[in-house]
Design a protein around this ligand. Structure first.
Ligand code: ADP
Ligand code: MG
Length: 561
C-alpha cells in the first residue's frame, strides 16, 4: 500500500517512545525496513561504532519517487492504515517513526528506486530538513546512509560506549536478524572488515555456522512443531553443548527477535534435569502465530510482545524443544545423522493438529522414548565405570549416576501412581532432629508419607522412623532422612518437591563408585538404563556416560584425518 500519514486515532494507539538510542538501533530499524521491503540481499556497513557512518543497502521493493519525502514524515507508513491493522501486524515496522527519528538526529542520504519508476530518487536530509533532492539512475532497491549520528546531541554521545562496544551491539543485532531470516543474504562490514556474511540459502544451520561456528552448527538439534494455529521451528543445543549464560537463547515471534522471559523459561524448562546448575542451552527458536494472537504494539523498540494465550505458548514451546531433545539419538560428531530428521518428522506428524489457544497443554501425544542403542558390557574400570560397546563406539558409564537415573525414574513413576513400595521397619529407628528439621518434617509430612515415610514424634527432639520406601532400606536410613530434610528445606532451587525427594532417595540408594559389580549386575544395570527416558543424564543433570564414537576412535588413532 502507498505510504500515508496515520490518522490521529491510530497514532494515539501507538506505543510511542524513543526508538533511536544508539547506533545499533539505527541499524535495526533500517534492516527491518529492508526486510519488510522483501529484500533478498542486505548489506550493512558501519564505521566508528556507527557514529561516523551507517549504510544499509538492499535490493527490496524500493520507494516510489512520489513517496520518498513522505517516508520521512512522522507516522507515515505503508504498513498499516487503520485501527484494525494494528491488531494484525505482519511486518516488522508499523509506526512510521524510524526514518523521521533517524533523520532528526543525523544527516541522512537516501537513494531508492521502485520497480514502477523509470529512474530512482536521491535525497539528502540534515536534521530532518531536505537539503537536496534529485533523480538518478540506479537499480531497484534502497540505500540509506546515516552520517554523523548524534553530532548535535552531545548528551546522547556521552551515553554511548567505545566504538568497539557499539560495533559489537551492531554485530549482535545483525546476527539475530540473520538468524531470523536465513533466506536473506546478509553482509556486515565493520570499519571495513567483513564481520559477517551469510549465504542466504535458507538453511539456518549455515547461519549458525557463520555466527557460532561449526561445532554448534553440526551438533544442534532440529525443532519442528506444527499445530493448527502455530508452528515452532529452529535449532536447540543438546545438553552437551550448553553455555554458562543465557545470551545464546534467541527467540523470535513471527521472525521478530523478542525479549520474552516466558519463552526463555519455556525453553529452559525443556532442559529440566538435563543441565547442570548454571548451564544454559543454545536455542534459536521461531514461533509463528497468527498476528492476532500477539500484540507487538506494547513497547517502543518492538522488542517485547504480549501473547493472548500465554500458557498455551509456554506449553507448546517447552514441548517442541523437549521433542527435539528426546528424539535425538547420540549423534556422531561431524555428521548430522539422517535418523534425527526422520524421527523428528515422525514426531511432528504426531503432533499435528494441536491447537494454540487451548487452556490445557497442547501436547497430549506421548513423546518418543529415545532409549540407548543395545550395549554390550565389556568390563568394569576402577570399580566405578562400566565399559561397554555399542553400534556408535565405546561407552564409559558411571555406575552411580546410571543407577541414580534408574531409581529416580522408578520412584517418580511409583509415586505418580500412588504405588510407592513401602517397607515397615521391625525395629523403628530413632532420629534426633534440629528445630529447623522438625519444621521441614512438619511442613512436608503428607508428601513424605506419599513416598512411604512414616515418621512420628517421640518426645523432645526425637522421632521414630517406622516405615521407609523399600528403595532405601539397604542404605543408611538416618543419613538418608537428614539429607532429604536438608534438600526439602533449601529454598533456592526451583525443583518441585516430589523431584527433590526422588533425587534424594535415588542418590542415597544408588550403588556407589568403588563397588565391584558382577557381569550379571552390570548387564542388568545397562538394561534398565536403556529403558529410562533420559539415559544420558543423572537426575542432577550430570552425564551418566561418556561416549567415544567410532569416528573419534579412528581419528585418535590416525586412521582418518
Ligand atoms: P515503518 O517501517 O514503521 O513503516 P519507517 O519510518 O521505518 O516506518 O519507514 C517509513 C516507510 O518508508 C515504510 O513504511 C516504507 O514504506 C518506506 N521504507 C522505508 N525503508 C524502506 C526500504 N528499505 N525499502 C522500501 N521501503 C522503505
Ligand atoms: Mg521501519
Amino acid at each position: 500500500m502507498p505510504i500515508k500519514v496515520l490518522a490521529p486515532e491510530v497514532i494515539s494507539k501507538i506505543a510511542a517512545g524513543e526508538v533511536i538510542e544508539r547506533p545499533a538501533s539505527v541499524v535495526k530499524e533500517l534492516v527491518e525496513n529492508s526486510l519488510d521491503a522483501g529484500a533478498s540481499q542486505i548489506s550493512v556497513e558501519a564505521q566508528g561504532g556507527g557514529i561516523d557512518l551507517i549504510k544499509v543497502i538492499d535490493n527490496g521493493a524500493g520507494i516510489p519517487a512520489s513517496e520518498v519525502e513522505l517516508a520521512f514524515h512522522r507516522y507515515a507508513t505503508s504498513k498499516v492504515s487503520n485501527l484494525d491493522d494494528l491488531g494484525n501486524i505482519s511486518s516488522l515496522g508499523f509506526r512510521g517513526e524510524a526514518l523521521p527519528s533517524i533523520a532528526a538526529v543525523a544527516e541522512v542520504e537516501i537513494s531508492t528506486k521502485a520497480s514502477s519508476d523509470a529512474v530512482g530518487s536521491y535525497m539528502y536530509l540534515r536534521k530532518g530538513d531536505i537539503v537536496r533532492r534529485e533523480s538518478h539512475a540506479r537499480p531497484q532497491g534502497t540505500t540509506i546512509t546515516v552520517h554523523r549520528l548524534f553530532r548535535y546531541f552531545p548528551a546522547r554521545l556521552k551515553f554511548l560506549k567505545s566504538a568497539n562496544a557499539e560495533n559489537s551491539h551492531i554485530a549482535h543485532i545483525v546476527s539475530h536478524l540473520a538468524l531470523a531470516f536465513p533466506e536473506v543474504r546478509f553482509s556486515l562490514l565493520l570499519d571495513k572488515h567483513l564481520s559477517l556474511q551469510t549465504a542466504g540459502n535458507g538453511n539456518l544451520r549455515d547461519v549458525v555456522n557463520q555466527i557460532y561456528g561449526l561445532k554448534l552448527a553440526q551438533g544442534m538439534l532440529k525443532v519442528k512443531w506444527r499445530g493448527t494455529l502455530s508452528e515452532i521451528s529452529g535449532l536447540v543445543s543438546p545438553p552437551s553443548l550448553s553455555r554458562s549464560n543465557r545470551s545464546y537463547l534467541s527467540l523470535f515471534v513471527n521472525r521478530r527477535w523478542v525479549y520474552s522471559s516466558l519463552l526463555i523459561r519455556a525453553t529452559e524448562k525443556a532442559y529440566h534435569g538435563l543441565l547442570m546448575d548454571g548451564k544454559h542451552p543454545v536455542a534459536i527458536i521461531n514461533i509463528s502465530l497468527p498476528p492476532e494472537e500477539i500484540d507487538v504494539n506494547v513497547h517502543p523498540t518492538k522488542a517485547q510482545i504480549k501473547f493472548h494465550h500465554e500458557q498455551a505458548v509456554f506449553a507448546t514451546v517447552e514441548e517442541a524443544a523437549k521433542g527435539a531433545l528426546t528424539a535425538a539419538p547420540i549423534a556422531k560428531p561431524g555428521a548430522i545423522s539422517p535418523s534425527t530428521t526422520s524421527r523428528q518428522e515422525l514426531a511432528s506428524l504426531r503432533w499435528q493438529g494441536q491447537m494454540v489457544g487451548e487452556k490445557e497443554p497442547a501436547f497430549t501425544a506421548p513423546l518418543p522414548t529415545p532409549g540407548l542403542p543395545v550395549l554390550r558390557v565389556m568390563g568394569q574400570l576402577a570399580n566405578t565405570y562400566i565399559i561397554a560397546e555399542g553400534p556408535e563406539g565405546l561407552y564409559l558409564i558411571d555406575q552411580h549416576a546410571a543407577h541414580e537415573r534408574i531409581l529416580y525414574d522408578r520412584i517418580l513413576a511409583q509415586w505418580s501412581q500412588a504405588e510407592v513400595e513401602v517397607q515397615g521397619l521391625l525395629q523403628p529407628i530413632t532420629i534426633e532432629l534440629t528445630p529447623g528439621e522438625e519444621q521441614t518434617l512438619e511442613a512436608n509430612k503428607e508428601t513424605l508419607a506419599q513416598f512411604g515415610f512414616t515418621i512420628e514424634p517421640f518426645g523432645d527432639r526425637s522421632h521414630l522412623i517406622r516405615a521407609v520406601p523399600v528403595m532405601i532400606t539397604k542404605a543408611n536410613v538416618i543419613e538418608a532422612v537428614s539429607i532429604l530434610l536438608d534438600n526439602l528445606a533449601s529454598k533456592d532451587s526451583p525443583t518441585p518437591w516430589e523431584e527433590k525427594i526422588a533425587q534424594s532417595l535415588a542418590c542415597h540408594s544408588a550403588i556407589r563408585g568403588g563397588q565391584q559389580l558382577s557381569n550379571e549386575e552390570m548387564r542388568e544395570l545397562i538394561k534398565q538404563l536403556e529403558q529410562t527416558k533420559q539415559p544420558r543424564t543423572c537426575p542432577h543433570g550430570r552425564p551418566t556416560m561418556i561416549q567415544l564414537s567410532s569416528y573419534q576412535l579412528e581419528k585418535e588413532f590416525g586412521r582418518v584425518s
